[in-house]
Design a protein around this ligand. Structure first.
Ligand SMILES: [Mg+2]
Length: 501
């Protein structure tokens, strides 16, 4: 009978299936090209055609240390207890670094944090209530027997759905962590509460950290510790300007804050680098609103009442809207490349409505490309593909034993790409077990190119042409088996099967 498991076929009996062993298991060159300082292209971008470079500020020009997340968490936790009168017991929870990852969805009514794939399905094993995982059976029960999240409940285009919110920016990591610990407090102490109130109050408490100026104050007090890779931002700006490029800045942050940070990174003459500087822009509305006019800030930081007829170098403007910006600058279409870290607030409208080229800053790439380049990961991935190929072949056999083996392999396949290669709770921000994530799909839709940080630009000539790799569409791709070792696994496996039967 067929009492072998798939490991046995591959590893114990290499003569049956002529599958190479050792390092050759990794397709040659597949992993060596991954580099955390590379820029990846979703769409072709020729830098020679880009005359104008635009930037968001927070997490684009200024990258912040993880310490800031803990500070935001602690302050918001204090607001939750002191301002919103939540139980003192929540105070005992410390910040948990690496609990949450960007791009997760949160079910506001059920109080569940979870990872959703590109097809709106929850990834089993990635649902958390408080700090504890929710068993798959319970997740199914809670969603009427399916892992699917209907679009009506979900985030729509901008992640702000009525029932399920997607956390898309890096600032939301402390918010997700605070939600998790506060839910955990109520659950473990068996106290009845309304998760909807908790969500709203935590969202306001986090907002207070920003609105009351705490975050700005901390960063300005400790620029050295909290702002990272400032020299590299400086180098990028220098290089662009010396190549005759025009630069502009559109940020939601206030001028005093941006000014301090930019002076720290670039020097006191930083404004000479930029042709247009816009602060407190109120993105994403900046990109869709046609009404709010630009206002000029004078040297004292006071708002002027004059009508704005041009956007001049050396001046600081507040608010405004993209339609006026396009009219006043004439900077349209593919000659503009805009960099931002928020896929919705920074990039979506530019891509969908205005035809600027877009570049996403995704700091998580640094860690994720490191993992993907490891031998252990490559081995698991190769194994996953081999196993999937075997299953594809085996399913034509309808006998009981074959069906049994298929079931075993199915289980093994679910465990093959164990998520703890990455974040132990939620795995990679780019992939669920077998699909791209919701985040990934948005990233490829809204960004022409993406990179871990602005400094990656330093590795490319200013006339570089980024070509996306031509990956096969499903109908163009070889079968799983052929892809691996051009049929040798398949043929040998089929031969072996016929002997066994
Ligand atoms: Mg930002």
């Amino acid at each position: 009978g067929l009492k072998v498991n798939s490991h046995f076929i591959f590893y114990q009996n290499p003569t049956v299936i002529s599958f190479p062993s050792g390092p050759e298991l990794i397709p040659p060159g597949a992993c060596k090209s991954l580099n955390s300082s590379a820029i990846y292209a979703n769409n072709e971008v020729n830098l020679a055609e880009v005359d104008i470079y635009g930037f968001d500020y927070d997490y684009t020009l200024a990258l912040y240390s993880n310490t800031l997340n803990k500070m935001i968490f602690d302050k918001a936790k204090t607001f939750l207890i002191e301002h919103f009168k939540y139980p003192e017991g929540i105070a005992k929870y410390d910040y948990i670094p690496n609990f949450a990852v960007r791009g997760l969805h949160y079910d506001i009514q059920k109080g569940l944090l979870m990872k959703v794939d590109a097809f709106h399905y929850i990834q089993p094993g990635t649902v958390y209530r408080g700090l504890s995982p929710v068993p798959d059976e319970e997740v199914l029960e809670l969603h009427g027997g399916t892992y699917h999240i209907p679009l009506t409940e979900d985030s729509g285009f901008y992640g702000k759905g009525p029932k399920v919110k997607q956390f898309m920016d890096i600032f939301s990591i402390p918010e997700m962590t605070l939600l998790a610990v506060a839910n955990d407090f109520f659950i473990t102490n068996d106290i009845e509460y309304d998760p909807v109130h908790l969500f709203k109050d935590i969202s306001e408490a986090i907002g207070m950290v920003h609105l009351k100026g705490f975050m700005y104050k901390w960063v300005m007090q400790d620029l050295d510790k909290l702002i990272q890779r400032g020299e590299e931002t400086d180098a990028v700006l220098h290089r662009l300007v010396s190549n005759g490029k025009k630069l502009f800045l559109i940020t939601n942050s206030p001028f005093s804050f941006v000014d301090k940070g930019m002076k720290h990174m670039v020097g006191k003459n930083w404004r000479e680098f930029f042709d247009v500087v816009i602060v407190q822009a109120d993105k994403p509305h900046f990109f869709t609103d046609c009404i709010k006019p630009f206002r000029r800030l004078d040297d004292n930081g006071d708002l002027r009442w004059e009508k704005i007829k041009s956007l001049d170098k050396g001046q600081i403007y507040k608010q405004g809207n993209l339609f006026d910006f396009l009219r006043l600058t004439g900077w349209r279409g593919s000659k503009v490349l805009y960099f931002g870290d928020h896929l919705y607030s920074d990039l979506a409208d530019l891509m969908l409505r205005h035809g600027w080229r877009t570049a996403a800053i995704v700091p998580e790439l640094e860690q994720e490309t490191k993992v993907v380049s490891t031998y252990r990961y490559a081995l698991s991935l190769t194994w996953l593909q081999a196993l999937t190929g075997l299953m594809e072949q085996l399913q034509i056999h309808r006998d009981q034993e074959s069906k049994e083996v298929f079931r075993e392999w199915q289980e093994e396949r679910e465990e093959a790409m164990i998520k703890n290669f990455f974040n132990p709770q939620f795995g990679s921000i780019f992939r669920t077990c077998h699909n791209p994530t919701y985040f990934s799909r948005r990233l490829s839709r809204f960004s022409d190119i993406y990179m871990a940080s602005l400094s990656c630009l330093l590795n490319y000539d200013p006339t570089y042409n980024f070509f996306p790799r031509r990956t096969p569409l499903q109908h163009e791709a070889p079968l799983w088996m052929d892809q691996l070792c051009t049929g040798c696994v398949k043929t040998s496996y089929m031969e072996e099967m016929s002997h066994i039967r």
